[in-house]
Write a protein that binds this ligand. Structure first.
Ligand code: HEM
Length: 581
């Protein structure tokens, strides 16, 4: 299950269309058998081994184009994607397309090449441990060499360019196709229109002379914050990037801002709603050309970046993105209702169903550790239940646009018999997001304890993946204490075992209240003795900064008991969170 995380989209159709477009399907040479010991899991293991994969001691620092160009051999290869330089030397033998293919991007800004082959690959996760630093495009010598307003003298053209010059030239071409956005603050007016400015001369000439799909990223702006305290609402910035087929609008909410969001196309405009910390802002883009659905929405929890990817109705490179309006922040007064279509029904245990629900109005992402409510009228009164959507990488069949809910069936329940009997195509009404969990609280956390019972595991899933994948600070320990009645009741057991095998920072302890006599693990209900027996008396404590954190979720009695018991450990109140429906 884990490898799927590293592919941003699993749309087979898109993959095949793309491969046909660039001729990979007709070229079996591109399929590469990896050497033993070079699977994705081996790569993740190497990344977690503590070995310095950056080659520069792991200290992030800016890289110039000339410096990038100098790292272009199999023994020392760097590559840049979307303004970030990675040392790919160690990754070469793990690359599923083969080292030679990957070397095509060595020493240059390979954004365009990468996007042409496999834009769905989540390169920033895969190469997180290989980050050297941001790419600096502002080298005066490089600009002098290739500024179209100052064409090279004839004698220069006749001269054979050196290898390094040629690599810098390639990078400048790629740069014309993908410029690191200049994040510029705009004035504090209550509403602001920003017209995407046209590309510079050099970019225009390169775009016009090229029939390849290109990508351009333009300026970003912070959202105006006039009527609210700055400390309450972090500034919002955005930029965009394109290929001839797609437009990606990225919105930056800030590290650990834990945004939720939704995106839709209404009357030709792309609307992106972003909710952070109880504040809602809407970015409206009236695009240069026509955009169409389906939209994809991705949120990166550590950086707080939101990507919305829209299809262009006609394949074309736009000179500007369109007109952007950023609304001032308004407080989220009431949660939104969303009409969803059931797109898949699966099973996660003998009594728990996984429902995949696709919002009809466009993709929706719920902040980490937050939940939605399902509404239904039963015998004239409204019945409501809370569910935390299960993120990517936990279920065998996943549609990235869907909200997945794990619904346990209670024979006499008011809502669960109805929900577990739903079929593909049926409709469900959700509202949300709800919740009080603040990701910021995990800012300095290095050890995290998840204490869950039954379907109370669902808020923990996203947090567990987040903690194990974050780089700064690196999580040192994640321990899940999972309470269930019987072995058959344990949800996602195989997933936990796989993660524990792959990552020695993670431990799972299953505790059963109604275990068979053959059960080798701990038995019983949550108690102080059990917690100290499993975790050790000293483990749950935090210093001045919240370096240890515990969260609890399960039936109300369980959660309250868990909270009481945690008080007996040396944890500050701020370092404990109870998820309540
Ligand atoms: C920029 C230069 C690159 C080129 C020319 C390139 C080329 C290719 C090719 C030809 C394939 C094989 C497609 C197939 O037969 O299924 C492939 C697969 C793959 N590449 Fe790259 N690649 C590049 C960069 C990267 C980077 C930077 C990463 C991530 C760190 C990456 C990760 C992958 C992955 C995960 C696959 C398997 C994708 C899938 O199954 O959908 N590649 N690449």
């Amino acid at each position: 299950m884990l490898p799927r995380n590293y592919l941003d989209s699993n749309s087979t159709q898109e993959k095949f269309r793309r491969y046909l477009e660039i001729g990979i399907l007709s070229n079996p040479r591109n399929k590469c058998a990896l050497q033993p010991g070079h699977s994705l899991m081996d790569w993740i293991r190497l990344g977690n081994s503590g070995k310095d994969l950056t080659g520069v001691g792991g200290r992030v620092r800016p890289v110039s184009l000339a410096e990038l160009a100098a790292h272009n051999t199999q023994k020392d290869a760097w590559l840049a994607i979307r303004g970030r330089v990675y040392n790919i030397t160690h990754y070469l033998p793990y690359h599923p397309g083969g080292p030679e293919e990957l070397m095509r991007g060595a020493g240059i800004d390979a954004t365009q090449l990468f996007d042409k082959v496999h834009p769905w690959v989540n390169y920033d996760s895969l190469l997180a441990k290989c980050l050297v630093g941001p790419l600096r495009y502002d080298l005066p010598d490089a600009e002098e060499l290739f500024d179209s307003s100052n064409p090279s003298p004839k004698s220069d053209r006749l001269r054979e360019p050196s290898k390094a010059q040629e690599l810098v030239r390639k990078s400048m071409e790629n740069l014309a196709n993908c410029i690191t956005p200049v994040r510029k603050k705009i004035s504090s007016r209550s509403e602001e229109n920003v017209k995407g400015s046209p590309p510079s001369k050099i970019m225009q000439s390169l775009i016009q002379s090229s029939d390849l799909p290109v990508s351009i990223s333009r300026r970003a702006a912070s959202s105006p914050v006039k009527t609210v305290e700055k400390s309450e609402v972090s500034p919002l910035r955005y930029d965009w990037i394109q290929t001839s087929m797609k437009l990606t609008v990225s919105v930056y909410t800030g590290p650990l801002a834990n945004p939720g969001g939704c995106a839709r196309i209404t009357e030709g405009a792309l609307l992106i709603e972003v909710a952070t910390n109880g504040w809602l802002r809407t970015l409206k883009l009236v695009p240069e050309g026509k955009l169409q659905e389906p939209l994809q929405l991705r949120i990166y929890a550590e950086s707080g970046k939101i990507d919305v990817i829209a299809q262009k109705a006609e394949p074309k490179v736009w000179k500007v993105c369109g007109e952007v309006t950023l609304s001032p922040p308004s407080q989220v007064s009431s949660p939104r209702s969303v009409e969803c279509r059931v797109v898949a029904v699966g099973s996660v245990s003998h009594d728990t169903t996984m429902l995949a629900l696709e919002p009809r109005s466009g993709p929706v992402v719920v902040p980490l550790g937050h939940h939605v409510r399902v509404h239904r009228r039963v015998n004239g009164s409204e019945c409501v239940r809370s569910y935390t959507p299960v993120g990517d990488g936990w279920c065998p069949e996943e549609s990235s646009a869907a909200l997945r809910l794990a619904v346990k069936k209670y024979a006499t329940g008011a809502l669960s018999p109805y929900l577990t009997s739903l079929k593909e195509g049926d409709s469900v009404t959700l509202s949300g997001p709800y919740g009080t969990f603040q990701l910021q609280k995990l800012k300095a956390v290095k050890s995290i304890y998840f204490i869950a019972a039954g379907t109370g595991i669902t808020p923990m899933l996203g947090l567990l993946k987040f903690m194990l994948s974050r780089s700064n600070p690196r999580c040192e320990r994640a321990h899940l204490l999972f309470f269930n009645k019987t072995e058959d009741d344990i949800l996602f057991r195989d997933n936990f075992e796989t993660i524990a095998k792959e990552d020695n920072r993670f431990t799972v302890t299953h505790i059963l209240s109604d275990a068979k006599s053959t059960w080798p693990g701990p038995k019983g209900r949550i108690s102080y003795d059990l917690l100290t027996q499993v975790l050790g008396k000293e483990s749950l404590k935090c210093g001045d900064i919240c370096s240890h954190f515990a969260c609890v979720c399960g039936p109300t009695d369980f959660t309250q008991a868990g909270l009481q018991l945690l008080k007996k450990f040396a944890l500050k109140d701020d370092c404990v969170h109870a998820f309540m429906g």
